[in-house]
Write a protein that binds this ligand. Structure first.
Ligand code: A4P
Ligand code: MG
Length: 184
């Protein structure tokens, strides 16, 4: 299911100009905005610049507003030990993008900031990692997308920034963020 919403309508421009413009069309799935939580991570290059750029880009996505962003926390790498420390952060979005559309948008932001999955190893270093943690109260398990993110509840590098902006956010099937962090 899905529908299209015309955007780019004229604001204060002339009648002729308004009708000569082709409105951009964006597929959206949720007629009402939902809240989504995103994890940000970087451990290559100018890490803070990558996180700043990602926050700006997420806030500029169609039908999406950036509600909150955490401070950036330095964390020791989990997984591959042969890599430098990460800067991690969390963000809350209000969005009308459908879950798959939102993931595709996050991946295109990663690519625009130097992420090259073909040349990296799993859990290895990366310029920018954007994970979709929670999307409203949705529970989804599909080949390319699992919501809530399947490892978020056991990772301090995800929960420590997230608790700063959303301690009471309920991770479906797991509980509130503050309780998950306290249980680590
Ligand atoms: N995918 C499925 N569900 C999701 C979702 N909810 N959000 C799929 C994002 N992606 C999702 O992701 C691999 C595949 O997961 C994608 O194709 C997508 O369709 P990826 O970003 O290409 O690879 P990844 O990030 O290496 O894998 P993964 O399993 O997401 O790793 P994690 O769990 O994100 O771990 N240490 C510290 N201190 N800080 C970190 O940020 N990050 C990692 C990566 C390892 N160690 C770290 C940190
Ligand atoms: Mg990832």
């Amino acid at each position: 299911m899905g529908f299209f919403l015309a955007t780019g309508l004229a604001t204060g421009s002339g009648y002729a100009e308004a009708f000569s413009r082709v409105p951009s069309r964006v597929a959206i799935d949720a007629p009402n905005p939902v809240t989504a939580a995103i994890a940000l991570g970087s451990n290559l290059g100018d890490r803070a610049s990558y996180l700043d750029a990602a926050l700006r880009a997420m806030g500029s996505l169609p039908h999406t507003a950036l509600l909150a962003a955490s401070e950036f926390l330095e964390t020791e790498p989990v997984g591959d030990p042969d890599q430098g420390p990460y800067l991690n952060a969390a963000a809350l979005l209000r969005t009308e993008l459908a879950p798959h559309g939102l993931l595709a948008a996050l991946q295109s932001i990663e690519r625009a900031h130097g992420r090259d999955r073909a040349r990296e190893r799993r859990w290895g270093p990366r310029t920018l990692d954007l994970d979709l943690l929670v999307y409203a109260d949705l529970v989804l398990d599909e080949p390319g997308l699992t919501i809530p993110h399947p490892r978020m509840h056991e990772r301090a590098f995800v929960l420590r920034p997230l608790v700063l902006i959303a301690p009471e956010l309920v991770v479906p099937g797991r509980g509130p963020v503050a309780d998950l962090l306290a249980g680590l």
